[in-house]
Design a protein around this ligand. Structure first.
Ligand SMILES: *Cc1c(COP(=O)(O)O)cnc(C)c1O
Length: 400
């Protein structure tokens, strides 16, 4: 290509056609054809009556998925990290104490945001690869006066699941709002917002919702909305200020920023697919395929990072056996089998593989494909994986 930016030859630019991929990493997950087709519908105005109706339907479907009656339930126009930032900027004012439980990359990111917006961060440091210890949260909360207690439900960096019930009680007994990251858990395991008394939660489209990345569903309880209404300082982010954005999603339909129209089509379709399957059936599917995957992996002689009772079904961290080259295996899976899995993050870089079973990717045929491909790749690497992975997975399906 020419070095002169004013002279380009369009013929140098190929058509976009990435070819086949099976997305079994930490997100994005495979997107159903119906969702891609919905995105290809004509782009219309963000105040067009047809689009306004589509927005209302999207909110209804989101409330169903979040299992909430919360009026303020909207998709923020950016990825999951924007939902995270939106929750904190709208609820935290300078000097407010915020307790954040940190047991992986995403809890660490929450803390970073609290610091940047002038909140007073009080961290509960937990072990990576384990659930957050509710008693440690209780001890920390007793030592301060938090406005918000925040936790990551599904730590995608490690595959650990933190139970929410006890931490919710601890937060409310301290008079704090309970904020939950459910980016990876929503649409894969039970996230009952109202029943768990969660005041603010955010998710992302590209994990178990199986929609392309680009939106972050967020829901605020009445108490969270009250905290927003009673702010003394304006929200530090103009773009993420819910006190303005709610007037676009509410009855006033006041322009704030142009909604990403075709992304809203996409999430609406993805949510419709979820409603058709049913939440209970969807959660059961995630658990079943997870159990089959783990049975296969363990039959091969490999082991899981997270203790059994603290595992997520949609994110499976497998310890890399000694002497096996992490990158070579992942490259072989991608090049020879078109399977994408994730590597480890932070202290687990080079130590674990992260295998996603999220949403549309979470299927029996993918479990078998992954187990067979991994066995073949490990063999080629000179590692003698024990046989029997397929039989072990088959036995799990047979007993279900
Ligand atoms: C993916 C993820 C995020 C960030 O979402 P992006 O869409 O990458 O911005 C936040 N929290 C958790 C738990 C995640 O898995």
């Amino acid at each position: 290509m020419s070095a002169d930016a004013s002279k380009i030859d369009p013929k140098d630019f190929r058509d976009i056609d990435p070819g086949d991929r099976l997305l079994m990493g930490p997100g994005p997950s495979d997107v159903p054809a119906r969702v891609l087709q919905a995105m290809a519908a004509p782009c219309i105005g963000h105040l067009d009556p047809y689009f306004l109706e589509t927005m209302n339907e999207t909110q209804q479907l989101l409330r169903h998925l979040f299992q909430t009656q919360n009026a303020l339930t909207i998709p923020v126009s950016a990825t999951g990290s924007a939902g995270m930032e939106a929750c904190f900027v709208n609820l935290v004012e300078p000097g407010d104490e915020v307790v954040v439980a940190v047991n992986g990359v995403f809890g660490t990111r929450m803390g970073d945001i609290v610091n940047r917006i002038g909140g007073k961060l009080v961290k509960v440091d937990g072990e990576w690869g384990r659930a957050v210890d509710a008693e440690a949260v209780a001890r920390t909360v007793k030592g301060c006066k938090p406005k918000v207690v925040a936790v990551v439900h599904a730590e995608t960096s490690t595959g650990a699941c933190t139970p929410l019930e006890d931490i919710s009680k601890i937060a409310h007994e301290a008079g704090a709002l309970f904020l939950v990251d459910c980016v990876t858990s929503l649409a894969g395991i039970d996230v009952p917002i109202d029943r768990m008394k969660i005041d603010a939660a955010y998710s992302g489209t590209q994990k178990c919702i199986s929609c392309p990345p680009g939106l972050s569903p967020v829901t605020f309880s009445a108490a969270a909305v009250k905290a927003l209404d009673q702010r003394k300082h304006p929200v530090v982010s103009w773009y993420l200020d819910f006190s303005m954005i709610r007037d676009y999603w509410g009855n006033e339909r006041k322009y704030h920023h142009t909604a990403p129209v075709n992304m809203i089509y996409a999430i609406r379709e993805a949510l419709r697919i979820i409603a058709e399957e049913g939440l209970e059936a969807r959660f059961a599917r995630h658990w079943l395929n997870h159990r089959a995957l783990v049975a296969g992996v363990e039959a091969m002689g490999l082991s899981m990072l997270v203790p059994e009772k603290e595992r997520l079904p949609m994110l499976n961290a497998i310890r890399i056996p000694d002497g096996v080259n992490d990158l070579k295996v992942r490259k072989a899976l991608l090049n020879d089998f078109a399977i994408e899995i994730g590597g480890g993050l932070g202290q687990f870089a080079g130590k674990v593989w992260r295998v996603g079973l999220m949403g549309h990717s979470c299927r029996r045929k993918n479990v078998f494909l992954f187990l067979s491909a991994l066995e073949a790749v490990l063999k080629a690497e000179g590692l003698k994986a024990k046989p029997g992975a397929i039989d072990a997975a088959t036995a799990v399906y047979a007993s279900a």
